[in-house]
Ligand binder design. Sequence first.
Ligand SMILES: NC(=O)c1ccc[n+]([C@@H]2O[C@H](COP(=O)([O-])OP(=O)(O)OC[C@H]3O[C@@H](n4cnc5c(N)ncnc54)[C@H](OP(=O)(O)O)[C@@H]3O)[C@@H](O)[C@H]2O)c1
Length: 259
Amino acid sequence: MTRYGFLGAGNMAQAMIKGLLNAGISAQDILVASPHSAAKLAKELGIQALDATELLQTADLVTLAFLPKQLTAISQSLPANLYQNKLLVSVIGDVNLNSLENAFPGAQIVRTLPNVNVSINRGMTSYALATNLTTASQTAALAFLDLLGSRIELAESNFAVFSALAGSSPAYVFAFIQSLAQAGQQNGLSTQDALTIAAQTVLGSAQTLLASDSDPTSLIASVASPGGSTEAGLKALSADKFNEVVIHGIQATIDHQHE
Ligand SMILES: NC(=O)c1ccc[n+]([C@@H]2O[C@H](COP(=O)([O-])OP(=O)(O)OC[C@H]3O[C@@H](n4cnc5c(N)ncnc54)[C@H](OP(=O)(O)O)[C@@H]3O)[C@@H](O)[C@H]2O)c1
C-alpha cells in the first residue's frame, strides 16, 4: 500500500488530494504537513496531518507542494537522512531539477507541473525525471500521476510554455465558456442552462478531438457547412481576430513568466 505525503496544504495540494480520494485511495494513506492549514484540511477530508519529519518517515512518495520561495527554508529544516532515496514529486513552479537536487541531495526527484483539473482526475501534468531516478521510483511516480489524469514528459525548457497552455489556460477556457453562456443568456436562456450547455459543449468537443484522427481544421469543416450559420459565426470570429487574440493571451502568459 503506497502512502502519499504532501508537504504543503494549499490549492494544488488540495486539488491533488481530492483527485487521489476520487481515484479510490484510502484517506488513511494520505498524509499532509504544513504550518497552518494541514490540520483543518485533514479534518475536512479525513486524511492525516503530521509534522514534516513524521511525514517524511511515513510516506512512500512525498509531493512538494509549497511555494518556490519556501524551498531553501523547508529543505534546510529537514534532516538529510529522512529524504535519502525518498521519492519526491515536486509541483513547485519555476524550480528546476538541478535546484531540487541541490535542495534535497540523495533524494529520488521528479519535477512535475499539474493543472487544477487533477481534482477530478482530468489533470494534464508535465513531468521531467532526474537522471539518478531508479526504475522503481519512475514506475511509482508515473503510477501516481496516472491517478490524477493525463501526463506528458517534457524537456524542462518547455515547462514555461506548458504552464501557459495547461496551467493557466483553464482560466481562459472558463472565460470562453462564460462568453458562450453570456451569448446564450442575451438570447433568452437562463444563466444555468446557458452555462450547462456551453460547458458540456466545450467538454464534448475536446473529447471528440482527442478521440478522432482529425485535426481541428477538419473538425471545424465537419460542423460548418458552406454558407451556413456556423460559417457566418466563424467569419465574424475571424474578423475580430479570434485566433490572434488567443495566441496573444498565451504569449503574454509566457512572457510574464520571464519578467
Ligand atoms: N495552484 C496551481 O494551479 C498550481 C499549478 C501548478 C503548480 N503549482 C505550484 O504548486 C505550489 C503550491 O501552489 P499553491 O497554489 O498550492 O500555493 P498555496 O495555496 O499558497 O499553498 C502553499 C502551501 O505551502 C505551505 N507551506 C508554507 N510553509 C511550509 C512549510 N514550512 N512546510 C510545509 N508547507 C508549507 C502553506 O502552508 P499553510 O497553508 O499551512 O501556511 C500552503 O499550504 C507552488 O510552488 C506552485 O508553483 C500550483
